[in-house]
Design a binder for this molecule. Structure first.
Ligand code: ISL
Ligand code: CA
Length: 555
């Protein structure tokens, strides 16, 4: 297998609005990130992916960009950003930019021009269609509810927006659009960034005839019409062209991670194989999806199901492709709460997920607060909810006749805002995140779950994360080693080995909330890590152990 710096890296995702507020306005900012670089270095992560920090009206917290070359004013200035890059690099930490180019904000100059008239030079930067029988051009649904089309009075045509109506989709068929995007990417490469996380990048190529979606298929894929854009005819061509035009020119080795929900393993191979010059890696969320459920349903995630999907990729993804490993991001509730809403085994589950991420093949992604075992919050009223997706969904539920209390309960079941509450640095009011009023409420458990207190407790989630990160960095077998599952017939306890150059690590995980018998006896192995102190013949709920089976282990 080819060695690359990014295969050996651990990525930490920062959601800047909620990370650290340096000036007391209640909103996280770039100076706030700089203040925490030493914390991140000590944690052991060596790449940061920072969610969008560019000029934006913040309809979708920055995933609606109105100027690709300016920093959003509440986050700071271009000088602050350059300082952040410099300070991060000084500490050996690389920085990825969040590239949002499936759509722009409707306040972007291109769109303001585009909607002026049918013959405006920017008209074809977006996807405009005439009404069909006085209605929307097709039945596609937007990810944030309602139709994916918005009527514009000015020219009496509809524009496509797969997300909110303030996020019009760019027309990637237009070569000028593609050139603008590549130029902008080069601008950021020249500033010194180290790669890109690419927002819904698999949506950029739409079937040109924009056919009606099949509502049944739409239900499976999440949105009506998605079969005509989640893996469009020109996707590979565009990614290859982007690679050749910017990050793949060979001046420096960049990393690219495409957010590609819905791509299966075979299509993901075609997108990431090292022979194809497209992307380095993709995110795939199959392990977090539960057939028959949507994210807002009140149901528990079954770790057995999640891990089964993850292990399938370990085996089938080939040595030409490299997986991503993640459990949390800014679009999901906290995984600890989804697995155990009673909060009984939160620490054990957080540590078990860390063991999986730090001992499997792939690049681990840690989402801010995951390393503290942060949990979901409770929204007492819709006044406490900020996310456009949750607000639209709530309004739809109430309009369809749901009682407000019931609708609020559904929002509490799956709101993306659970993952967006401020980072819990200390037990003080403001959680060490802000001296002012935070833009979104702080989880009440900050008095107990916070970085300052956890730093003092030897077996806190934070200290165990550090330990496991250090173990991975010191032992190449955990990165490049062969993966072998043992006792695959056991559904409750997962056991696997990672082997490289005579060093073998053995991992044993109880994926259930009940005691389980050991399917494989680790007799003679040296235990390097456990999320339990005492050891019994049976495995305790969510027990996770890492052993050295042969050879030597460092750290
Ligand atoms: O939230 C989701 C599932 O957990 C998805 O539907 C999500 O909207 C999808 O994965 C795309 O996400 C990305 O693009 C959106 C933005 O709102 C998300 O924050 C971003 O991660 C539009 O830019
Ligand atoms: Ca601030």
């Amino acid at each position: 297998m080819k060695k690359n710096w990014w295969k050996e890296s651990i990525v930490y995702q920062i959601y800047p609005k909620s990370f650290n507020d340096s000036n007391g306005d209640g909103i996280g900012d770039i100076r706030g990130i700089i203040e925490k670089l030493d914390y991140l270095k000590e944690l052991g992560v060596n790449v940061l992916w920072i969610s969008p920090m560019l000029e934006s009206p913040q309809d979708d917290n920055g995933y609606d960009i109105s100027d690709y070359r300016r920093i959003y004013k509440d986050y700071g200035t271009m000088q602050d950003y350059e300082e952040l890059l410099f300070q991060a690099h000084e500490r050996g930490i690389k920085v990825l930019m969040d590239l949002v180019v499936n759509h722009t904000s409707d306040e972007h100059q291109w769109f303001l021009e585009s909607k002026k008239s049918k013959d405006n030079p920017y008209r074809d930067y977006y996807i405009w269609k005439n009404p069909v029988n006085g209605k929307e051009p097709n039945n596609w649904g937007g990810a944030f509810g309602g139709s994916a089309w918005e009527y514009d009075n000015e020219t009496q045509m509809y524009y496509l927006h797969l997300f909110s109506k303030k996020q019009p989709d760019l027309n990637w068929e237009n070569e000028k659009v593609r050139q603008e995007v590549y130029d902008m990417m080069k601008f950021w490469c020249d500033k010194g960034i180290d790669g890109f996380r690419m927002d819904v990048i698999n949506f950029i190529s739409k079937w040109p005839s924009l056919p009606d979606g099949d509502p049944v298929v739409g239900k499976t894929l999440g949105f009506c019409g998605a079969e005509f854009y989640f893996y469009g005819p020109c996707l590979h061509a565009y990614l290859h062209e982007m690679n050749r035009n910017c990050f793949g020119r060979g001046d420096k080795e960049y990393v690219t991670v495409g957010e590609c929900g819905g791509l299966g393993i075979e299509t993901a191979k075609l997108t990431t194989a090292d022979t194809r010059q497209e992307l380095s890696m993709v995110f795939n969320f199959d392990h977090l999806d539960n057939p028959g459920h949507m994210r807002f349903d009140e149901y528990q995630y079954d770790l057995r199901k999640a891990v089964k999907t993850i292990l399938k990729w370990q085996v089938e993804y080939t040595n030409h492709c490299w997986p991503t490993l993640l459990f949390e991001n800014h679009d999901n509730p906290r995984v600890t709460s989804k697995v155990d809403p009673t909060d009984t085994y939160t620490s054990e589950i957080a540590k078990l997920c860390a063991v999986l991420e730090m001992t499997l093949k792939g690049s681990p992604f840690v989402y801010q607060g995951q390393e503290l075992g942060m949990t979901n919050t409770h929204f007492d009223s819709m006044d406490d909810v900020r996310d456009v997706e949750s607000i639209n969904f709530y309004n739809k539920l109430v309009a369809k006749g749901k009682k407000p209390e019931k609708a609020l309960r559904i929002i509490n079941g799956g709101s993306r805002d659970h993952g967006r509450t401020p980072m819990q640095w200390t037990a003080e009011p403001g959680a060490g995140f802000t001296d002012g009023t935070p833009w979104i409420g702080i989880n009440k458990n900050a008095v107990r779950v916070n970085a300052a207190d956890e730093a003092k407790v030897p077996d806190s989630v934070l200290n165990d994360f550090k330990r496991l990160i250090a173990l991975r960095h010191a032992n190449p077998a955990l990165v490049y080693g062969d993966f072998t599952q043992l006792c695959p017939e056991n559904k409750n306890v997962v056991c696997y080995k990672r082997t490289l150059d005579g060093n073998t690590f053995f991992v044993e995980l109880n994926l259930t909330g009940e005691r389980q018998n050991r399917p494989y006896d680790p007799v003679g192995f040296q235990r390097l890590y456990s999320n339990y102190h005492d050891h019994r013949d049976v495995l305790m709920p969510f027990e996770a152990n890492v052993y050295l089976a042969e050879g030597e282990a460092k750290a």
